[in-house]
Design a protein around this ligand. Structure first.
Ligand code: CP
Length: 334
């Protein structure tokens, strides 16, 4: 297990399975340990959150620790992450000081920093998350960055195992229409973790909504190492045929970073077609329906599907708590 928890690709298949098994012990009440007793964890939120924030705060409490929640530009100073800049504009403090000061108080730092959807080539390198990791002497936990949401992906893998048992499953990650472009972190991490876990993965999206080329290469390498398959299709209905897991998520086109109005205009033709509905779910092998939440009802998924017995979205959200306790315990157990 590496020092930081930034992306699941930093972990082995064995590490991922050990985290899921630890999370199941926490969930079943078979691990009552308090590895954070007497220690504090900082949670730095550049963006809004319900599940991540609440589950981290509760998880830290249940592990015996104390959460320090900070919102740069709100409850703490605005932050600069670039090197060598003359800070004469709107940023008050540099991450170089922010992170090292927090490290004197806290045993780990969680950080949420979404893509701004302005500059693809820059944002695909996760500059803010990496600045935190560069300057920190304590573990950094990625609570969703421009490119990865590994806590969500691990909760997703735990949920698939919990609902369908161990072993290879046929998993669909489908793009869905949404009125505005969204970051790619969730689909990136879901696809990556699915491949690492050895699931057969179908990624469905309209033309122009490809995931990062280098990431897709890594996903294909991970799947090959695990003996599973990856296919990418531009059609939605057939993609549902025979799958056991349907994971819906919308994301923005990397072509339109910095030009959201062009993305909105381009995606308009996909409204009504790229939605998870009962007709598509009927093509599956009794699939479970998954989404990271928050979700726009009757936009991404119909009420009939999200309210059906196939929907596991609330259990999936609950598993954020258990898997994050496992991650923190693994990083910080003395
Ligand atoms: N799924 C997820 O990360 O939810 P929040 O944005 O509410 O934290």
């Amino acid at each position: 297990m590496p020092t930081h928890f930034l992306a699941t690709s930093d972990l082995t298949h064995v590490d991922l399975n050990q985290l899921i098994e630890s999370a199941i012990r926490f969930k079943q009440g078979n691990d009552q340990s308090k590895p954070l007793a007497g220690r504090s964890i900082a949670l730095v939120f550049f963006n809004p959150s319900l599940r991540t924030r609440a589950s981290m705060q509760v998880g830290i409490y249940e592990l015996g620790g104390n959460a320090v929640v900070l919102e740069p530009g709100g409850t703490s100073w605005t932050l600069e992450h670039r090197e060598g800049v003359v800070m004469d504009a709107d940023k008050t403090e540099h991450i170089a000081e922010f992170v090292r000061v927090l490290g004197r108080y806290c045993a780990a730092i969680g950080v949420r920093t979404f893509a701004a959807l302005q500059n693809w080539e820059e944002e695909r390198t996760d500059p803010i998350l990496n600045a935190f990791a560069k300057y920190s002497d304590v573990p950094i936990i990625n609570l969703e960055s421009a490119m990865h949401h590994p806590c969500q992906a691990m909760a997703d893998m735990m949920t698939i195992r919990e609902k369908l048992g161990e072993g290879r499953k046929k998993v669909l990650l489908t793009w869905a229409w949404h009125p505005k472009p969204l970051p790619m972190a969730v689909p990136n991490s879901f696809a990556l973790a699915s491949a690492q876990m050895g699931h057969d993965l179908v990624i469905a999206h309209p033309p122009g909504y490809e995931l990062d080329d280098e990431l897709i290469q890594t996903i294909r390498q991970q799947a090959a190492a695990a003996g599973s398959s990856v296919s990418v299709v531009n059609e939605i209905d057939q993609a549902f045929d025979g799958v056991e897991v349907v994971y819906a998520k919308s994301w923005g086109s990397r072509k339109f970073y910095g030009a959201p109005e062009q993305d909105v205009a381009t995606r308009a033709v996909y409204r009504d077609k790229w939605i998870v509905d009962e007709q598509k779910m009927a093509r599956t092998n009794s699939a479970i329906f998954m989404h990271c939440l928050p979700v726009r009802r009757n936009v991404i998924v119909t009420d009939a599907v999200i309210d059906s017995a196939s929907s596991v979205v609330i259990d999936e959200a609950e598993n954020r708590l258990h898997i994050q306790k496992a991650i923190m315990a693994r990083l910080l157990r003395a």
